[in-house]
Design a binder for this molecule. Structure first.
Ligand code: MUC
Ligand code: MG
Length: 369
């Protein structure tokens, strides 16, 4: 039986300013959920977004408030051993709030997997890999600094895939910035861009043509999420793969985009999809439709990152790897044993549930009062 659902906010500074077209982040707010069950099992879930309301329609504060006022009361006293029934109730009675639902579903599934003594990946169908390639996002806003950062990552064998955040400056300035980085890093390294919807279709035609000529490997969400036709035309026009991110707010969006051949690659984000199970459905839609997969992030801390890793480890194909670097962007380590990043890969935890344990003292010290 579900006895208590607690939600708290933890503000953690980032290791440097993280500049996207929609916001500049100096810190990240983790929304952590702990579900306590009558059999003494507890489960953890997390939701994060970027820049308050700049990225999506849920903020950390709205996620916490809606869980406390509308979601938790419906789940209290339900059978914790049946996460599917709990989520079925929520999906019927709560509209939207995908990030909040993701945090709750993660906590329910973490608790259930701990109860069964198996890693979360096994509850999600079973893992096919124990480690995942991890991209790093270069987003300091400064070309020379980004190059130095990438070189340090290569040297440490931590990342060899780099995603550049563009769209805040003119197309010409952005293209010059990206191609200077690509030239400095060379052919062995994959360089990709995320425009976070900042371009018009005409901007995108100019920008993508130049980026494709310069050897860039992937173009993420160049145009607004509401313009699937533009995304489809860009995917058809260019050989360089075009990836949908913000356009994918759950499996139904995936179905519509796949039917319209609107993207070559789907970024799977557990929060954006509305939880681990809808994210798995979205990935299934992609795989059934011949769309390639990428494991995305909302710059989660350890809980959301581990949960995503468990899910992505079950995908039959993961052609473009993942970007599960969220905890590495934060100045504070909150786990007793940090997640392991080595040889350009994140190791998928193999203990029961999420396979991670918080340092509760650190968490208490950082939690917003
Ligand atoms: C996004 O739009 O993909 C992922 C990596 C990063 O730096 O920002 C996020 C959000
Ligand atoms: Mg993106």
């Amino acid at each position: 039986m579900i006895q208590a659902i607690e939600t708290f906010l933890v503000d953690v500074p980032t290791i440097r300013a993280h500049k996207l077209s929609v916001a500049t982040m100096q810190s990240q707010t983790l929304v952590l959920v702990r579900i306590r069950c009558a059999d003494d099992i507890e489960g953890w879930g997390e939701a994060t977004t970027i820049g308050g309301l700049s990225y999506g329609e849920e903020s950390p504060e709205s996620i916490k408030a809606n869980i406390e006022a509308h979601i938790a009361p419906q789940l209290l006293r339900m059978d914790a051993r049946n996460p599917a029934a709990c989520m079925a109730r929520l999906r019927k009675t709560v509209q939207g709030n995908r990030f909040a639902k993701c945090a709750i579903e993660t906590a329910l599934l973490d608790a259930q997997a701990r109860r069964l003594g198996i890693p979360l990946s096994e509850l999600l169908g079973g893992r096919l890999r124990d480690a995942l390639p991890v991209a790093w996002t270069l987003a300091s806003g400064d070309t020379a600094r980004d190059i130095a950062e990438a070189e340090a990552m290569l040297e440490r064998r931590r990342h060899r895939i780099f995603k550049l955040k563009i769209g805040a400056r003119s197309v010409e300035e952005d293209v010059a910035h990206v191609l200077a980085i690509k030239k400095a890093l060379g052919d062995e390294v994959s360089v990709r861009v995320d425009v976070n919807m900042a371009w018009s279709e005409l901007d995108a035609m100019r920008g993508i043509a130049a980026l494709q000529d310069g050897g860039i490997d992937l173009i993420e969400q160049p145009v607004r999420a509401e313009l699937p036709g533009a995304l489809a035309r860009l995917s058809a026009r260019f050989a360089v793969p075009v990836m949908a991110d913000e356009a994918l707010k759950g499996p139904h969006d995936g179905l519509a985009l796949a039917r319209n051949e609107a993207a070559d690659v789907f970024a799977i984000k557990i929060c954006q999809a509305g939880g681990l199970i809808p994210a798995r459905q979205l990935a299934d839609v992609a795989q059934l439709s011949g769309v390639a997969l990428y494991g995305g992030t909302m710059l989660e801390g350890a809980v959301g990152t581990a949960a995503s890793a468990h899910l992505f480890s079950t995908f039959a194909s993961l052609e473009f790897g993942t970007e599960l670097f969220g905890p590495l962007l934060l100045t504070e380590e909150l786990l007793r044993e940090p997640l392991v990043y080595r040889d350009f890969m994140l190791q998928v935890p193999d203990g029961p549930g999420l396979g991670i344990r918080f340092d509760m003292g650190r968490l208490e010290a950082l939690r917003r009062r």
